[in-house]
Design a protein around this ligand. Structure first.
Ligand code: PGA
Length: 254
């Protein structure tokens, strides 16, 4: 599978500015777009605006678990498909810890994504206190197993699992936090790979890292075995910075 770099714009960029930013990114990385999947997950309101940008794959930042109904303010899988989305982020730590999403909700959202033929980008990661208490393995295992309840190998074509330690996720500004070290990422990937092997998903999963990935530190992560890309927050809002990440990733996997 190709490496993948996913932009998570979070709650940034109004629709009338989003196409310019996506356009700037697409122009800067057009040479690499065949070798690498470049996905942009803007706010829902900007999904339409970035539609015309060539080479960019669209993703959403969330999904509701039902396909339609009385859920004021929510957006469903069929709506995302209709707008041309191919990917959807599920279980981001900001949704888990700021919006109160629990394991049950995340499981239902994963089922909804697969049912609607959207590729889920399932985010998992420990908090600083979990790491201090040496509970990282336990937390990752629990998050994966509960998200996966009721899902079989035959239910998915592709999935992306993003290891995003909560303590490494930036505040929105470049340089606001320290990224995880390659050793920490490799250790987490080993835990995740135990799960992937047990579920016989090796040929269906791409493992990516997220948490303060920037143009200047991205090279460090290439030494992590099994890494197939990145989920990028703050740095994806600056075209030059995000393009640097894509270029370096494409060159590394060449
Ligand atoms: P960051 O965000 O790159 O700003 O740390 C990553 C994420 O939250 O997905």
């Amino acid at each position: 599978m190709k490496p993948i770099v996913i932009a998570n714009w979070k709650m940034n960029e109004v629709s009338s500015k989003a196409d310019d930013l996506a356009e700037e990114i697409a122009t800067a990385v057009s040479k690499y777009i065949r070798e690498i999947d470049v996905v942009i997950c803007p706010p829902y309101t900007a999904l339409e605006a970035i539609s015309e940008v060539p080479g960019i794959i669209k993703g959403a930042q969330d999904i509701h678990w039902q396909d339609k109904g009385t859920f004021t303010g929510e957006v469903s899988g069929p709506m995302l498909k209709d707008l041309g989305c191919e990917y959807v982020i599920i279980g981001h730590s900001e949704r888990r810890w700021k919006m109160g999403e629990n394991d049950d909700i995340i499981n239902k959202k994963l089922l909804a994504a697969l049912r609607n033929k959207l590729i889920p980008v399932l985010c998992i990661g420990e908090k600083a206190a979990d790491r201090q208490d040496r509970r990282t393995r336990e937390v990752l295992k629990q998050q994966l197993e509960s998200a996966w309840r009721g899902i079989g190998r035959e239910d998915c074509n592709q999935i992306v699992i993003a290891y995003e330690p909560v303590w490494a996720i930036g505040s929105g500004q470049i340089g606001s936090k320290e990224a995880a070290t390659p050793e920490i990422i490799a250790e987490a990937y080993n835990y995740i790979k135990d799960f992937i092997l047990a579920e016989e998903l090796s040929d269906k999963v791409r493992l990516v890292y997220g948490g303060s990935v920037e143009g200047d530190n991205v090279n460090e992560f290439f030494q992590v075995q099994s890494n197939e890309g990145f989920l990028v927050g703050g740095a994806s809002l600056e075209a030059s910075e995000f393009s640097k990440i894509i270029k370096k990733t494409a060159q590394n996997y060449d």
